[in-house]
Write a protein that binds this ligand. Structure first.
Ligand code: BG6
Length: 457
């Protein structure tokens, strides 16, 4: 039997835009996702936008009861900036009532809430001013963060600022997968820089409002694996690590932008515009913990046809398909649990053994109805096996001294996911879109209950 430490947090994660629904109701204003869907519904799988999501705004009370049924002792969701402060200045009382009741119910059920502030959902009013490209976004975010800490700080002790900041930078400004759907490396770097400052400014507010609380950031990190030991492949790995992992890990944990990243950006004429005092802001506002989202490893090789200076990240490193890879056939992502051990050791050895937790890990499955038994229960043994494999690696890392304090799966209920809509299902509970978002526990939900009861498996 594999046993985890007594204090271990067992949970699941979701986000406001992916779960709540009522995208433009109860005082909420539009985010880039609401607007983009309005403009281009055809971009979204099955023409499914964020308007209903998993209907959590209506069903959150039932959801909290379901969390108890599968034994969660912690849960992560986010606040929608556009619901709490629809114009960025004034607070929406309906949002305050909703989130307070939600968080109170979690606490009453002995489920520790971990609340995130930004999960790719840029307010439209701010996007119209340039979004993260505009330095005004830093103070706007700090204002929102401060308001959230003041309104909910009595109920929530653990907070995070951003979920996977690399994603809104890369997908928005380098790959065309998020709004504003442009390809401009220089803008991407500026957006990243302002995001980093916004994070630090929010941490500064947190220390004033809630000095007894804990604050972190959620990053999708994995050490990159090089195709070979050839110097060009190793250099590509270094660059991928710098841009995708160290760019946020070093400033948030160690308080400074890695010097090698500053050099790399300068070489490619990508240095962002900075202001006096930025360095001090970063140095003074380090996190208490890190959340790591891990799904699949990053495998890289030297770029085959690079431009200089780089126009996109493809000019610095190229993705590479490892011939021995094992694939999740229902989502196409590589399954490589060993990377979780490597991340854990990286946190121990390179990041002062900072406390961290797995903030997302899970197995996406398209057309999951095909695994439904006659009684309506999804027989997701593949998901149970996926979690077990990753937990074994995590257990090994904890035994080797890594300070991991919890494991959250993605996700609790099947939820809406950006351009993919409801294609990939990840939940412990199936959400039936044809029947009023009715929830039905999958086999993995029963398994998770045993896991949390036994604190192991
Ligand atoms: C994570 C994101 O990286 O991946 C989630 O934080 C997202 O928001 C999840 O839903 C799964 O992605 P997908 O594309 O398989 O639905």
């Amino acid at each position: 039997m594999i046993k985890f430490p007594e204090y271990f947090m067992w949970g699941a994660a979701t986000s406001a835009p992916q779960s709540e629904g009522y995208a433009l109701n109860y005082g909420k204003s539009a985010s880039t996702w609401d607007k983009w869907f309005e403009m281009h519904p055809e971009k979204f799988n099955g023409d499914q936008g964020p308007d209903s999501a998993s209907d959590t705004y209506r069903l959150y009370k039932e959801d909290v009861q379901n969390m108890q049924k599968i034994g969660l002792n912690s849960f992560r969701t986010s606040i929608a900036w556009t619901r709490l402060m629809p114009d960025g200045e004034h607070v929406n009382p309906e949002a305050v009532a909703f989130y307070r009741d939600y968080f109170e119910r979690l606490k009453a059920a002995n489920i520790t809430p971990i609340i995130n502030l930004f999960h790719f959902d840029m307010p439209w009013w701010l996007m119209e001013k340039g979004g993260w490209e505009n330095r005004e976004s830093v103070m706007a975010f700090a204002r929102y963060a401060k308001t959230a800490f003041e309104l909910f700080g009595d109920l929530v002790d653990r907070w995070t600022t951003f979920n996977e900041p690399i994603v809104h930078i890369e997908c928005g400004y380098l790959t065309g997968y998020h709004y504003p759907d442009i390809i401009d490396f220089k803008k991407a770097v500026q957006v990243g820089y302002h995001t980093l400052l916004a994070h630090a400014a929010a941490v500064a507010e947190f220390r004033k409002v809630k000095p007894d609380g804990q604050i972190g950031i959620i990053l999708n990190i994995t050490p990159a694996y090089a195709k070979s030991d050839a110097p060009a492949d190793l250099a590509a790995k270094e660059k991928a690590d710098l841009l995708l992992a160290k760019s946020f890990l070093e400033p948030t944990v160690l308080g400074q932008v890695p010097p090698a990243l500053i050099t790399l950006l300068a070489e490619h004429q990508l240095t962002p515009v900075t202001e006096v005092g930025d360095r001090d802001l970063l140095a003074a506002n380090r996190v208490d913990f890190i959340g790591v989202n891990y799904y699949q490893p990053l495998r890289v090789q030297a770029p085959t046809n690079p431009h200089f200076p780089a126009l996109t990240t493809d000019d610095l490193y190229e993705n590479y398909v490892w011939p021995e890879r094992r694939i999740n056939p229902y989502r196409g992502w590589e399954i490589y649990p060993e990377a979780l051990y490597d991340v854990a050791m990286m946190m121990k050895n390179d990041y002062q053994n900072i406390p961290w937790y797995v903030s997302e890990n899970g197995m996406g499955v398209a057309d999951e109805e095909r695994f439904m038994a006659a009684d309506g229960e999804i027989q997701d043994d593949y998901r149970i096996e996926f979690m077990q494999e990753h937990l074994r690696q995590l257990h090994r890392a904890i035994a080797d001294g890594s300070s991991c304090f919890g494991y959250h799966t993605w996700t609790f209920n099947d939820c809406w996911s950006w351009l993919n809509g409801f294609r990939n299902r990840y939940g412990f509970f199936r959400v039936d879109l044809e029947h009023n978002a009715q929830r039905t526990m999958k086999k993995s939900g029963h398994w998770y209950r045993q896991l949390t009861e036994n604190n192991g498996f």
